[in-house]
Design a protein around this ligand. Structure first.
Ligand SMILES: Cc1ncc(COP(=O)(O)O)c(C=O)c1O
Length: 420
């Protein structure tokens, strides 16, 4: 079967595809979610201040991530901003962020009136490089935001050592990493505070939502106050202590998240098993380099399965390989088109009212992060998490599609040439 598939003409060039069956759908839901939503509906307690769901979810999610405190908020962007504010940073302090991540990791820094300083990622793990962070430190550096990108834990021992040495805050951006672990310790409890997202694509979702986790009592109290209009325990209702807002999560989302959380452990284990299996298979092909998994990663949540495609070694350009994969029935993308510091917002310093003092001296056009640029422009291939909720046979289909494309790389290269 495998040999026949591989020898057939590429689907992109008129052959039949390796796969026509759809992969696993996302989100996964059923009766437990329905029952939980109806329970909240009928209770009439739809807000976090009155119902039990969000509070229960906070306790359960925090405990699963090795933390005493969990503060649920409306999304994983606001949670980053709240963490920065709770840490007590001062206007226009510097915060080191990677350039290979979603917009929010850096936009939240600007929205806290702090300066994002970009330090490059490692080419092979896609994660923030501790050596690049060290080189980016200045006397104004106050915090680092390592992202556990795609669900692979960042090199947290290195970042915590730097933080101890230089008295810095470490905020984990764990938006991709629910249930992932580092040296058998859950992410979310590795830095001073962590931020999660429950937006639709994420491994745990209620459509939208976010969470802060920490073991620091003072930080937790500050986050809780900021997420609730600056209220403090024991204060009267219309008493507001700090600049803040209403960032509370609602009970419908809390209910869905409680039901989804019951599924998370098994789903994460399955994704990790399938991801490791596929990585082994793809690494056997020339020019394909699945995201390197350092020994400290004891569970990868595979929010994304990442690989690098070296066009020269593989024998065909990435854009054509992506199109060929899609034609073979494998959903995929090349991820970010360019590094975060190259976004128009940074290039044009379109910061609204923020960073008024520093703006004149900031120049994001001069930032150099060659690894991130290379991943964006030439090498990255992304497969979504839902594919990894399937079977081993699904992984074999993905591998077979890559094998087939590699076997027909000359034809694909010719096709790409005629179109350029
Ligand atoms: C790495 C990373 N950080 C932060 C966020 C922001 O989360 P949200 O969309 O819930 O605001 C995302 C969302 O896509 C993300 O991928």
């Amino acid at each position: 079967m495998a040999t026949r598939d591989v020898s057939r003409k590429l689907a992109l060039l008129g052959g039949s595809p390796v796969r026509t069956k759809p992969f696993a759908a996302w989100p996964v839901f059923g009766k437990p979610e329905e029952r939980a939503l109806l329970r909240v509906l009928r209770s009439g307690k739809w807000g976090r201040l009155h119902g039990p769901e969000v509070e229960r979810f906070e306790r359960r999610f925090a405990a699963m991530h090795g933390c005493q405190h969990g503060i649920a908020v409306v999304n994983g962007t606001v949670s980053l901003r709240i963490a920065l504010q709770a840490a007590g940073l001062e206007a226009e302090d510097e915060v080191i962020v990677p350039p290979y991540t979603f917009f929010s990791t850096a936009s939240a820094v600007v929205e806290a009136n702090l300066i994002p300083v970009f330090a490059d990622v490692e080419l092979d793990t896609f994660n923030l490089d501790p050596r690049a962070v060290e080189a980016a430190l200045t006397p104004r550096t106050r915090a680092i935001i390592p992202v556990h990108f795609a669900g692979l834990p960042a090199d947290m021992d290195a970042f915590m050592a730097l933080a101890r040495e230089r008295n810095l805050w470490v905020i984990e951006d764990a938006a991709h990493a629910h249930g992932a672990s580092y040296k058998n310790r859950p992410v979310g409890a590795l830095g001073h505070v962590a931020s999660f997202s429950f937006q639709s694509s994420k491994n745990l979702t209620a459509g939208e939502g976010g969470m802060l986790t920490t073991n620091d009592d003072a930080l937790a109290a500050a986050c809780r106050s900021i997420h609730n209009c600056g209220r403090v325990p024991g204060g009267v209702w219309y008493e507001h202590h700090v600049i803040s807002g209403n960032y509370r999560l609602g009970e419908f989302q809390g209910a869905v998240l409680n039901a989804q959380l019951n599924r998370l452990r098994a789903q994460t284990a399955r994704r990790d098993r399938n991801g490791q299996y596929l990585a082994r298979k793809l690494a056997a092909l020339p020019g394909l380099y699945p995201q390197r998994r350092p020994d400290f990663c004891t569970r990868h949540s595979f929010h994304l399965f990442l690989l690098r495609l070296d066009e020269r070694e593989f024998g065909a350009p990435r854009a054509a390989v992506l199109q060929a994969l899609q034609a073979e029935g494998i959903p995929c993308s090349g991820g970010y088109g360019f590094s975060l510091h190259r976004q128009p917002m940074f290039q044009n310093k379109a910061f609204g009212p923020f960073l008024a003092q520093a703006r004149a001296r900031l120049d994001y056009r001069a930032v150099e992060c060659p690894n991130s640029d290379r991943l964006c422009r030439e090498q990255a291939v992304w497969l979504e998490q839902r594919l990894f909720l399937g079977t081993r046979a699904d992984m074999d289909d993905i591998a077979r599609a890559f094998e087939k494309i590699h076997a027909h790389r000359d034809a694909l290269r010719d096709w790409a040439r005629t179109r350029s």
